[in-house]
Ligand binder design. Sequence first.
Ligand SMILES: *[C@@H]1O[C@H](CO)[C@@H](O)[C@H](O)[C@H]1NC(C)=O
Ligand SMILES: *[C@@H]1O[C@H](CO)[C@@H](O)[C@H](O)[C@H]1NC(C)=O
Ligand SMILES: *[C@@H]1O[C@H](CO)[C@@H](O)[C@H](O)[C@H]1NC(C)=O
Ligand SMILES: *[C@@H]1O[C@H](CO)[C@@H](O)[C@H](O)[C@H]1NC(C)=O
Ligand SMILES: *[C@@H]1O[C@H](CO)[C@@H](O)[C@H](O)[C@H]1NC(C)=O
Ligand SMILES: *[C@@H]1O[C@H](CO)[C@@H](O)[C@H](O)[C@H]1NC(C)=O
Ligand SMILES: *[C@@H]1O[C@H](CO)[C@@H](O)[C@H](O)[C@H]1NC(C)=O
Ligand SMILES: *[C@@H]1O[C@H](CO)[C@@H](O)[C@H](O)[C@H]1NC(C)=O
Ligand SMILES: *[C@@H]1O[C@H](CO)[C@@H](O)[C@H](O)[C@H]1NC(C)=O
Ligand SMILES: *[C@@H]1O[C@H](CO)[C@@H](O)[C@H](O)[C@H]1NC(C)=O
Ligand SMILES: *[C@@H]1O[C@H](CO)[C@@H](O)[C@H](O)[C@H]1NC(C)=O
Ligand SMILES: *[C@@H]1O[C@H](CO)[C@@H](O)[C@H](O)[C@H]1NC(C)=O
Length: 423
Amino acid sequence: MLLQSLIPYATLAACVSGYVVNNGTDCYLYPESLTHFGQPVDDTPSVVQAFELCGTNGTVIFTNHTFHMDQVMNTTNLANCDVEIIGELLWSTNIPYWLSHSINVGLQNQSTAWLFGGTNVTMTGGGSFNGNGQTWYTQNRNNGNEPGRPISITFFNSTNLFVDNISIIQPQFWATFVTYSTNVTMTNIYVNATSNDEWGTVNTDGSDTWNSHDIYMANWTVQNGDDCIAAKGNTTKLHVKNATCYGGGGHDDWDVRTIGSMDGGYIKTWQGVHQGASGNGDGGGGGSGIIRNITFRNFEVTNVNLPIQISQCIYSETIGADTCETSKMNISDVTFENFTGTSRYNVAASLHCAGVHHCRDIYFQNVNIKSVNETLGLPLFNTTLQKEEFQCANIVNQNTTSGVPCNHWAPDNYGQSPSMNVQ
Ligand SMILES: *[C@@H]1O[C@H](CO)[C@@H](O)[C@H](O)[C@H]1NC(C)=O
Ligand SMILES: *[C@@H]1O[C@H](CO)[C@@H](O)[C@H](O)[C@H]1NC(C)=O
Ligand SMILES: *[C@@H]1O[C@H](CO)[C@@H](O)[C@H](O)[C@H]1NC(C)=O
Ligand SMILES: *[C@@H]1O[C@H](CO)[C@@H](O)[C@H](O)[C@H]1NC(C)=O
Ligand SMILES: *[C@@H]1O[C@H](CO)[C@@H](O)[C@H](O)[C@H]1NC(C)=O
Ligand SMILES: *[C@@H]1O[C@H](CO)[C@@H](O)[C@H](O)[C@H]1NC(C)=O
Ligand SMILES: *[C@@H]1O[C@H](CO)[C@@H](O)[C@H](O)[C@H]1NC(C)=O
Ligand SMILES: *[C@@H]1O[C@H](CO)[C@@H](O)[C@H](O)[C@H]1NC(C)=O
Ligand SMILES: *[C@@H]1O[C@H](CO)[C@@H](O)[C@H](O)[C@H]1NC(C)=O
Ligand SMILES: *[C@@H]1O[C@H](CO)[C@@H](O)[C@H](O)[C@H]1NC(C)=O
Ligand SMILES: *[C@@H]1O[C@H](CO)[C@@H](O)[C@H](O)[C@H]1NC(C)=O
Ligand SMILES: *[C@@H]1O[C@H](CO)[C@@H](O)[C@H](O)[C@H]1NC(C)=O
């Protein structure tokens, strides 16, 4: 019995194009290319088989080789399973295949290449994912939220999940997504989406969370063209510590450095009226909800377009000024603490809350941001303003306890961030 199972599965059954060595509870994965003179062959059937064999009370090891990921994978309902990724998982660039087969994840018409999850599961090993994203960045031409463009891996329906020491290079879309999960730890994660042509890496978020609770993320390095770490609806108890984010949209919590990014720490919500019907996340609004008890602490910002922002109509600034005042999202108890560094323009902070739902208990503690030009002793381009702007609108405690040195009205037309000094 043991002897037989030590033989690669491919030699046992012709219908399985797998290369899994299974001794007891351990499944060692080897790529098909090793037995095909180096030619790439789809390894997803053997990966799925390894999880069938060892996904409960077992260990799945991706050995130190390159695995070709040519099809979607659904490896959910794992239990007490340790996944060690030592090699590289390389996704195919068959765009028509992915556009029609990626697994829907239930949010904004979005989908994933790998739906993964279970109870008491770990994923470690120092290996890497390579989404072959350049093909996606080039074909997507800076469009937002292309339906079918897959998230590299979605951690779904998971409890007690521990992900450590994994790199995600050139993700196709968001690198990771955490949904319907509780007690998730993701540490020592490296994400790098860099385009080598004129098209950007739109939507290559480091991580998004949705309908998930008790999440701890620490020691992240993210270079991308969008959010570093973003909390979406029904996220509670998300704690982010020590993230370094280059070039993207920024984000959340403790000990964060954002460098050359659009934003530092920010909260954005939809307006209160529905707009656009695309369903892919670019149109929306009309919903309601609560955002509260958020602390952004120890941020170092370097040349960031807009280091601190609250906007309640971030995608609808073009459809008329009044929509911003309609948001039914209620924001309260938000503290920005220990912010240092530089803004690219002369706006350090812009806090625009909805006219119908002013923000309560907004606090700045030790926020010290200067525009890059000010630090260089240069006049501020195209403006007579020498001082940093702190813009406020509809903040209940703005002139009393907030600590925000509000000196201008916050306009509602920045979108993600300003693109020049303001007058
Ligand atoms: C399976 O093989 C690995 C590596 O050769 C070894 O470390 C492990 O102890 C083996 N497990 C069993 C149950 O034989
Ligand atoms: C997995 O381990 C648990 C606890 O040891 C045990 O109750 C369960 O029966 C095992 N499941 C399988 C499929 O071996
Ligand atoms: C994986 O193999 C590469 C060479 O192909 C080697 O440099 C690296 O150290 C190996 N990693 C591990 C963990 O053995
Ligand atoms: C994933 O596989 C599970 C079985 O393990 C199945 O119940 C579920 O419907 C599948 N999900 C999707 C989206 O295919
Ligand atoms: C998960 O681990 C906990 C603590 O070790 C254990 O009580 C529980 O039974 C495990 N769950 C499953 C599905 O094995
Ligand atoms: C979610 O996981 C639980 C086990 O924790 C399982 O019973 C349930 O079927 C899973 N749901 C889905 C949709 O996979
Ligand atoms: C949360 O998950 C971790 C593994 O990352 C585990 O050690 C811990 O026991 C879990 N906490 C609870 C309350 O189950
Ligand atoms: C990301 O990758 C690009 C291109 O390989 C490289 O130049 C850059 O240094 C990397 N960023 C980080 C933070 O490692
Ligand atoms: C973060 O990285 C530092 C330095 O490598 C390490 O000492 C620390 O244990 C890591 N933290 C976590 C939560 O992994
Ligand atoms: C923060 O995380 C980086 C990796 O992203 C690590 O090199 C560094 O040591 C960590 N710092 C601390 C204080 O844990
Ligand atoms: C949040 O959870 C509630 C209750 O389960 C649900 O009705 C609502 O649609 C969820 N909101 C989002 C944005 O997922
Ligand atoms: C705010 O969040 C912190 C950290 O999770 C928690 O300890 C505290 O009880 C929360 N406060 C309120 C008012 O919910």
